[in-house]
Each structure stands twice: as structure tokens, then as C-alpha cells.
Design a protein around this ligand. Structure first.
Ligand code: NAD
Length: 299
């Protein structure tokens, strides 16, 4: 039988990801900082621990799926963090989006304790997390990639080795910057079309057979009523929070500053998402930029 896998962070993404590990026959040893989330998850048959350190005591392969940098630092290096009780030779895979710089720092701390850290951020959203067809972008020591891949293929259909530690994060930050830009663009185009008298469903169909087609238009359309099973069909609940997208654009901005790279549209997108956070959209899915544009125009 398979040895247990630790899973820390059972939110929108972590919950369905950990369930897919269970489905593939891996016993899961889990922790989340919110007791309610743990309680809900206990029904799946997973064993719930009291802290990340306790998870590390029971499992020598751990996946973390946390919101952002402070949470990841707490879970790895905090007083009750993984590194407090980590076993030598453990494989620690972080799938949170936290950017290359902090990933590299965490990898150094893990190495000091004799553990291997890999960054493996994901793309695909909650639907792909449920379906088990996420894309994983993996950075770290190449000899450990096969061991990481064994677990990640339970949750994703594409597991791509990117290079040394931090390169998975680099790929992810670039992807999400582009995603933010296409989501705002799709919302703008859809809104303009509606104001010109087009039926939004028809316009989406036309975009999706034309050169404007993108994931934001054909898989995650931001306009309510165009598609089913997406956050826009559910008052922008669930999905990928506006705060998280704002965080990712901040990581892109930091990386761009660090490498002296111009990202004019990335920067503008960052500011648009910042305004949304300040105006009550923080907890809604990031496709609510459509609603934000509609409200702005009525002022
Ligand atoms: P989420 O906020 O829904 O879930 C994060 C979970 O981590 C929560 O349950 C929270 O309680 C838990 N947590 C926070 N601090 C903790 C701590 N110190 N110890 C233990 N648990 C802690 O976020 P999410 O949507 O699942 O996203 C997780 C990561 O994946 C983020 O970095 C996000 O940018 C990235 N991501 C999200 C999506 C998406 O569509 N939601 C897609 C790709 C990548």
C-alpha cells in the first residue's frame, strides 16, 4: 500500500487536489488553519493534524497549497512549521503561487534541514482541480522530479519540469500576468459589444471562433449568462479570488522591477485589480472585473 502524503491548505484548490490524491489511493494527512475547513475534509477519510509540524512528523512527502507569501513562510518556517519536525530526505512540494524569490529562500531553509523543496505552482482553476487536469510548473533538483511527478499526475494532466528551484514560479507569474490582461480585455470587449446592442452569448460565440479567442473568453467567460459552471454564473463566488490575482500581479511587478523588464499592461492590470479590492470585489472571483466595469460606467 502507498505511504501517506501530507497536504496543507484545503481551500478552493487544495480541497479538490487532496481529494484526487485520496482517489488515487494515497492516504492523506492534512492540515488547514481553519478548523471548519478541516472538519468538512475529515469526512473524506483524511487524517487531520494539529499543525504543519505534526504533518511533517507523519509524512515524508508534503504538498502545500496556501494563499500567499506570509502563509507559506508560516507553514514552512513558523514556530509550528514543517521544518520543526521534518524528516531528512523529505520531499516538500509547494503549489502556492508565491513568486521565484521566496521559493528560493524556502528551498534554502529546507535544504539546511536535509529536506528537498520543489516549487510546483498550478494553472487551471477550480474546475481543473476537481477534474484532476491541472498544469503543474515544476522547479527544483531534476533528480527529484520523477518523485514529485508521481504525486502531481494524480492531480494534473500536464506536469512540466521548468528548471532549477523558482522557475516553476517564474512560469506561473508570467502566465497569470497574461491571464489578468486577457480577462480585463475580454470583459471590456464583451461590455462594449453589449452596449452596441449585441447579444452576449452570440458575441462570445463569435469571439471564440475568431482571433480574439482566449481562455477568458472560451472557458471562463466573465459575463453572467454566457456559460454555465463558471464563477460568473454564480455571482462570482468561488473560483480565483480578486485578492489572489492582485497578489500575482504584485509578484509580476516585483519580478519585472528585479529584471528591469517593461510590463506596461501587467502594471495597469495590477492597478485595476487593486482598485477592485478597494471597492468590495476582494473576495469575488477575478472575472468580476466585468461587473466592476459595468458599475464604473454608470457613475
Ligand atoms: P484559498 O484561499 O481558497 O485556500 C487557501 C487555504 O489555505 C485556506 O483554506 C486557508 O485557510 C489555508 N491557510 C492559510 N494560511 C494557512 C496556514 N498558515 N496554515 C494552514 N493553512 C492555511 O486559495 P486557493 O484559491 O486554494 O489558492 C491557493 C493558491 O493557489 C494561491 O497561491 C493561488 O494564487 C493559487 N492558485 C489558485 C487558483 C484558483 O483558481 N483558485 C488557480 C491557480 C493557482
Amino acid at each position: 500500500s502507498k505511504t501517506p502524503v501530507g497536504f496543507i491548505g484545503l481551500g478552493n484548490m487544495g480541497n479538490p487536489m487532496a481529494k484526487n490524491l485520496l482517489k488515487h489511493g494515497y492516504p492523506v494527512i492534512a492540515y488547514d488553519v481553519f478548523p471548519n475547513i478541516c472538519k468538512e475534509f475529515q469526512d473524506t477519510g483524511a487524517q487531520i493534524m494539529e499543525s504543519p509540524a505534526d504533518v511533517a512528523d507523519k509524512a515524508d512527502r508534503i504538498i502545500t497549497m496556501l494563499p500567499s507569501i506570509p502563509n507559506a513562510e508560516e507553514v514552512y518556517t513558523g514556530p509550528n512549521g514543517i521544518l520543526k519536525l521534518v524528516k531528512k530526505g523529505s520531499l516538500l512540494i509547494d503549489s502556492s503561487t508565491i513568486g521565484p524569490a521566496v521559493s528560493k529562500e524556502l528551498a534554502k531553509e529546507c535544504e539546511k534541514m536535509g529536506a528537498v523543496f520543489m516549487d510546483a505552482p498550478v494553472s487551471g482553476g477550480v474546475g481543473a482541480a476537481r477534474a484532476g487536469n491541472l498544469t503543474f510548473m515544476v522547479g527544483g533538483v531534476e533528480q527529484e522530479f520523477a518523485a514529485a511527478k508521481e504525486l502531481l499526475t494524480c492531480m494534473g494532466s500536464n506536469v512540466v519540469y521548468c528548471g532549477e528551484v523558482g522557475t516553476g514560479q517564474a512560469a506561473k507569474v508570467c502566465n497569470n500576468m497574461l491571464l489578468a490582461i486577457t480577462m480585463i480585455g475580454t470583459a471590456e470587449a464583451m461590455n462594449l459589444g453589449i452596449r452596441l446592442g449585441l447579444d452576449p452569448k452570440l458575441l462570445a460565440q463569435i469571439l471564440n471562433m475568431s482571433s480574439g479567442r482566449c481562455w477568458s473568453s472560451d472557458t471562463y467567460n466573465p459575463v453572467p449568462g454566457v456559460m454555465e459552471g463558471v464563477p460568473s454564473a454564480n455571482n462570482y463566488q468561488g473560483g480565483f479570488g480578486t485578492t489572489l490575482m492582485t497578489k500575482d500581479l504584485g509578484l509580476a511587478q516585483y519580478s519585472a522591477t528585479d529584471t528591469k523588464t517593461p510590463i506596461p499592461l501587467g502594471s495597469l492590470s495590477h492597478q485595476i485589480y487593486r482598485m477592485m479590492c478597494a471597492k468590495g470585489y476582494a473576495k469575488k472571483d477575478f472575472s468580476s472585473v466585468f461587473q466592476f466595469l459595468r458599475e464604473e460606467e454608470n457613475l
